[in-house]
Ligand binder design. Structure first.
Ligand code: NAP
Length: 435
């Protein structure tokens, strides 16, 4: 018999647990441990609330959690309630699937001003992450700047642009919906340090900006390379650029909000009296390697809200080697050390879609199975060791049944047109569980 701990209950964690169950059958148990009382990580707290079809993948994860060999153990912070060393003693293998929940820093002057937030915080706020329930981003100005040319920048621009009715069927949290209803932001500038051919935006997500009820995207025609140059792009990127060409070709149809793409602009500093008022950028051009270089010309983009969407980092954990440059755990093909592995963004860095985590989890599960084949025994005891430690420390873990109770409470509290009203604070979770 083998016993595994998967730390993190997002996509990477669940795909790994699924793969371990397939590889070991009844010859192993898998504890999926999460510091939050509820499962799904990025699916619940990262994927945009108006992208319900992507969030529906959690139903597949439910099936994994319902397997007899699998337990969800929520409300247990690794590195807090229990250390990595203790987990390694308790389990045959520990697989870290903690994602990359921390914002990368811009490293520019003014980053600490009120009104400057990272995408992890902003996305967490509208998705009901408890750490950001009180973020209260200032939406009282008329301009926002979004830094970065990836899909997260698109999510943030779209959420800031949608009308109340356009959130129908989404699970955006009530506090964010109310604040967005009152928002006076009319101009959203998406700032990219490189050009249209270097965007990391996928076509479906970019195309959505062209169908917003009250906002229209704008691209400066002179920022676009000659159309023949698109031939060199791979098909997805070509399609994305064709959306930008459409946006450049559109006449203003008088919608009240504008999403302006400002390419070739590198953030230099954020200025304002006690709060963000403007983002100063430097005009850039591309060098031969396709990287941005400053031209010395600077100008200001008005912005009382600045959201940096420039990527994420995995937090450090005591005793786990860390790759500073990559912002992830140091690993070779997912292996950190004997009995210690990582998957997902904690392994690869913050890139790829939800589905990318599936082969990633399966690959690491295969490695584990090669190290300790099904049918062998490592002398560990079924999850009891963890339970004893938690009891000793007064940590009240949540189970998958508890999650079902919370889920039912969220569904019961749903607003009209919303599948659920997420519970976002620890004491409210405990209340829903009658504790
Ligand atoms: P991303 O795709 O890596 O994009 C980050 C952007 O930030 C890039 O445009 C990058 O520009 C820019 N950037 C980095 N450092 C910067 C700096 N110091 N100053 C200015 N700009 C800077 O990251 P992401 O948008 O956070 O997305 C993370 C992953 O999640 C991606 O794989 C994404 O596709 C995925 N995702 C998917 C969906 C979806 O499918 N619906 C939604 C959200 C996220 P350079 O290229 O010049 O470095």
């Amino acid at each position: 018999m083998r016993h595994f701990a998967v730390v993190g209950s997002g996509p990477a964690g669940f795909y790994t647990a699924e793969a371990l169950v397939k590889a070991f059958g009844e010859n192993a148990t898998v504890d999926i441990i999460d510091k939050l009382p509820v499962p799904y990580g990025l699916i619940r707290f990262g994927v945009a609330p108006d992208h319900q079809s992507i969030k529906a993948v959690s139903r597949r994860y439910d099936k994994v959690a319902e397997e007899a060999q699998v337990r969800f153990v929520g409300n247990v912070g690794i590195g807090e309630a229990v250390s990595i060393g203790e987990l390694k003693d308790l389990y045959d293998a520990v697989i870290l699937a903690i994602g990359a929940p921390h914002d990368r820093k811009l490293g520019i002057e003014g980053e600490e001003l009120r009104g400057v937030v990272g995408s992890a915080a902003f996305v967490g706020w509208y998705n009901g992450h408890p750490d950001f329930a009180d973020l209260d981003p200032p939406l009282d100005g008329d301009s926002a700047a979004i830094i970065g040319n990836g899909n997260v920048a698109l999510d943030v621009a779209r959420i800031l642009s949608k009308t109340h009715d356009e959130f129908a069927g989404s699970d955006i949290v009530g506090h964010a919906l109310d604040a967005l209803d009152r928002s006076s932001i009319r101009t959203i500038t998406i700032v990219g340090r490189r050009g249209p051919h270097q965007i990391a935006m996928t076509p479906k997500e970019l195309g959505e900006l062209g169908h917003l009820a009250q906002a229209e995207p704008e691209v400066e025609a002179e920022d676009l390379p000659p159309v023949e140059a698109d031939e060199a792009l791979e098909p997805g990127a070509r399609k994305s650029v064709s959306h930008l060409r459409d946006f450049a070709g559109h006449d203003d149809v008088g919608k009240p909000k504008h999403i302006h793409f400002d390419f070739f602009a590198r953030p230099v500093r954020i200025e304002g009296e006690g709060r963000a008022e403007r983002l100063v950028v430097e005009r850039t051009k591309l060098d031969e390697a396709g990287q941005s270089v400053g031209t010395g010309e600077t100008y200001a983009v008005p912005a009382s809200l600045v959201v940096s969407c420039i990527g994420y980092q995995t937090p450090r954990l005591d005793g786990v080697p860390y790759d500073e440059r990559g912002g992830k755990f140091a690993n070779v093909d997912g292996k950190i050390a004997d009995g210690l592995y990582c998957v997902g963004w904690a392994r690869r860095g913050p890139t790829g879609t939800i589905g990318t985590n599936r082969p990633d989890g399966y690959e690491v599960a295969e490695q584990v199975a090669a190290q300790m084949p099904a049918g062998t025994d490592g002398g560990k005891t079924v999850g009891k060791g963890l339970d004893a430690l938690l009891a000793e420390r007064g940590v009240a873990a949540t189970s998958f049944d508890d999650w079902r109770t919370i889920e039912a409470a969220e569904a019961a509290a749903a607003r009209p047109d919303s599948p659920r009203e997420k519970i976002v604070r620890h004491h409210e979770w405990l209340k829903a569980l009658g504790r």
